[in-house]
Design a protein around this ligand. Structure first.
Ligand code: 5GP
Length: 204
């Protein structure tokens, strides 16, 4: 049985990475696809674990060779999901999360209509502004630009299948888990089990 694919996007400052990290820590049958990026590693980030860190020429070579399921430029750096990274996980039967931006989500919606998309939203724009201020010691103009960008990202939420509000981490994690687990119970995902239960080789 192949695992399901979940695209998860959010405006920056929504706490998406923390939320997904918690989910993965608690559920070994849910995994995240490791993307390629041309941005420099941040402190504590490991090559091959958080990202595959590559140079711009290397990334562009991979684009030319058609190695990405989707890719986008975010804040001036390339980010992409390689077919190899995605397939090696879905083949293991685990549920796979693509933690990608809304441009990537759009590409996945077109290419893999069987994937489910989840948008993580902040409880309010005021909370988001507060989080952005806390996170970076940026100048007020920079924060204002980030906030305007966040607003544009949030407008994309209408294109997603699900929306989870990250007000409380525990509640948001539970909501994410329910969405992911419920897809496993969809009839089309249970057909192999049903066939085995009934002793039939008929896959219809
Ligand atoms: P960061 O640099 O903070 O890790 O990520 C910046 C943005 O790039 C985030 O919105 C993140 O979800 C997105 N991103 C990370 N990996 C990918 C990817 O493979 N494809 C796309 N389209 N976006 C990605």
């Amino acid at each position: 049985m192949q695992g399901n694919i979940f695209v998860i996007s959010a405006a920056s400052g929504t706490g998406k990475t923390t939320l997904i990290a918690r989910l993965l820590q608690h559920h070994s049958d849910i995994r995240v696809s490791v993307s390629h990026t041309t941005r420099a590693p941040r402190r504590g980030e490991e090559n091959g674990k958080h990202y595959h860190f590559v140079s711009v020429p290397e990334f562009e070579r991979m684009i030319e060779e058609g190695q990405f399921v989707e890719y986008a430029k975010v804040y001036g750096n390339y980010y992409g999901t390689s077919t190899q990274s995605l397939e090696s996980l879905t083949r293991q039967g685990v549920d796979v999360i693509l933690e990608i931006d809304t441009q990537g989500a759009e590409q996945i919606r077109r290419l893999l209509p069987q994937a489910y998309s989840i948008f993580i939203a902040p409880p309010s724009l005021a909370t988001l502004e507060q989080r952005l201020r806390q996170r970076a010691a940026d100048a007020p103009q920079v924060i204002a630009v980030r906030l305007a960008e966040a607003r544009n990202e949030i407008e994309q939420a209408r294109l997603f299948d699900y929306l989870v509000v990250n007000d409380d981490l525990t509640a948001a994690e539970a909501a994410l888990l329910h969405i992911i687990k419920s897809q496993r119970c969809r009839l089309e995902n249970q057909t192999p089990f049903l066939n085995e239960l009934l002793g039939s080789s008929d896959n219809a």
